[in-house]
Design a protein around this ligand. Sequence first.
Ligand code: ADP
Ligand code: MG
Length: 367
Amino acid sequence: MKVNSLKISGFRNIEELFIEPIPGVNVIYGENAQGKTNLLESIWLFTGCKSFRGAKDSELTGFEKDFARVDIGFFAKNRNQKSSVVISDKRRAELNGVKLKTTSALAGEFCAVVFSPEHLSLVKAGPAERRKFLDTALCQLRPKYAEILSKYRICVNERNSLLRDIEYHSELYDTLEIWDEQVAVNGAILTSQRMKYVERLREASKEIYEGLSSGAERFDIKYISSAGELSPDMELFEIKNSLRTALKASFKEDIASKTTSAGAHRDDLFIGINGISARNFGSQGQQRSSALALKLGEAQIITDFTGEKPVALLDDVMSELDVNRQDYILNHIDSQQVFITCCEPSSVLRMCDGKAIHIKAGGVIPE
Ligand SMILES: Nc1ncnc2c1ncn2[C@@H]1O[C@H](COP(=O)(O)OP(=O)(O)O)[C@@H](O)[C@H]1O
Ligand SMILES: [Mg+2]
């Protein structure tokens, strides 16, 4: 996967910009608040996912602009392709001249992974961040996953609103059974896919963490289901049955709290270093390496799965790592196209051949 050209207009502070990135390392540099992260965010649009900064679409259009438009030329599946995304009242996308129904249909056509200092929250924050990490990867890998996820959320919301009404309407108990089944059916698909994905991620990220820490520490991850001990080898119906049992077991508690306390929306990913929780006991450096190992592991799985190396977007991460770790990362992703943002390009360019692109006030400064 390679971006050959990128044209941006009216996106955040970037009024007009055109670049032709090289297949290797592109170093996007400049002072603070000039538009470097915005440039990465515009490439990220083509994964079909929401902004990696958690921004709403309305925040992506430049102030006083009616719409934002981004065009890319990229190489994937052995051919040159082009795509555009327009954001106004809603998102619209085209791929090779054909209008797409939704921008999420771009998932699977264009792949990228992003690393930013905020990804530390993957290790430090609550379970929701880690579920989002798994879900985002699975949405890119399995087109149906996003659909099941949204169905699942609807089912949990329906069940929750039923839990609120049930104390006044005991006839609703039968309806609850129906929603329990729906929550379990959809939840089982999510849980099963997440567990399988975690198995693969475990292999990949273990090896990367070892490389990052020069073999000094042992890294491990495990999917923790709120419905008890489940394993990736279980059949879908077995997982579904376990989820139903968990829903039944927490039924009284759920009525009291008016929320659904067990299920895929309550699961977590345990991240361990030398057998103890990186979240609770890891140092800042260990947490940062854990997040990187997970994200680089994600990139590797996308590569294995699609046969295509995703574009790597590294936002401001190099400055926080020591030289050994910087070197390990640049070596690890050497055959991938990379966009790295930083204030000072020289330290990155010392380690690899790359193209420096100077960004100022939302535009490119010619060298
Ligand atoms: N919708 C928008 N319209 C115009 N400017 C924006 C918009 N959103 C953010 N900005 C501006 O973009 C700049 C930040 O860009 P960013 O890419 O985060 O900087 P950096 O180069 O430090 O990565 C800020 O000056 C901010 O005001
Ligand atoms: Mg930035």
